[in-house]
Design a protein around this ligand. Structure first.
Ligand SMILES: [Ca+2]
Ligand SMILES: [Ca+2]
Length: 207
């Protein structure tokens, strides 16, 4: 009976391992997490800069992060630049994943979407566009990336494109989470490994 109980426990434990993984989570507290920033995007601690006070328009940037202090934003403590495309990118391997998702926290003050555009591109395809609201709190965004399951090079890019019309504090990003569940083959390997350990322990006990 003990063998069957152990087997059940092993399967349950492996089942826990097979649930959604959050191995690729970035709170940006200890660094840039390998994200590559261009132009206005920079890593740092926002201080609540006010777009109108700075000579631009709109609302304020956050004070600190959604988590901790640090974030990425289009000019920390200042207005974004006019007529500039700024990007924040990293490439992920989703070749052994299924049901991939992207979630992140955003703070946006970019005005009407007909002017400045805050969007997420995955392998060049737009998967999210922010409405550009003048947010006064962090907002969670969830994006389904399952269309990219099985691909070994999935580029995720946060892209902020500004016009020459009016400058605001822009777009701030924190707590980026690229999650997925190991595909069935990976789960099978885990199960086989677990059963192997169980068999080894059983053999050792009876030896
Ligand atoms: Ca943070
Ligand atoms: Ca800014």
């Amino acid at each position: 009976m003990n063998v069957y109980r152990n087997l059940l426990t092993t399967i349950c434990v492996l089942g826990l391992f097979a649930t959604t993984t959050h191995a690729q989570f970035f709170d940006f507290e200890s660094g840039d997490g390998g994200w590559v920033a261009t132009n206005d995007f920079e890593w740092g601690i926002p201080v609540g800069a006010d777009g109108s006070v700075l000579g631009g328009s709109g609302g304020v940037e956050p004070t600190g992060g959604s988590s901790g202090d640090s974030v990425f934003g289009t000019v920390i403590g200042g207005l974004h630049s006019p007529s500039t495309v700024s990007t924040l990118s990293q490439t992920f391997d989703l070749s052994t994943q299924t049901g991939a998702t992207l979630s992140f926290m955003e703070w946006s003050d970019s005005g009407d979407n007909s002017l400045d555009i805050s969007e997420v591109l995955v392998n060049g395809t737009q998967v999210y566009i922010s409405d550009g609201d003048s947010l006064t709190a962090w907002r969670q965004v969830d994006v389904d990336l399952s269309a990219f399951d099985g691909q070994s090079a999935v580029d995720i890019t946060f892209q902020f494109s500004s016009t020459a019309v009016v400058d605001r504090v822009g777009w701030y990003i924190d707590d980026v989470d690229v999650s997925a569940v190991p595909e069935p083959m990976s789960f099978g390997l885990l199960l086989a490994g677990g059963l192997g350990i169980l068999g080894y322990r059983r053999n050792r006990r009876s030896a």
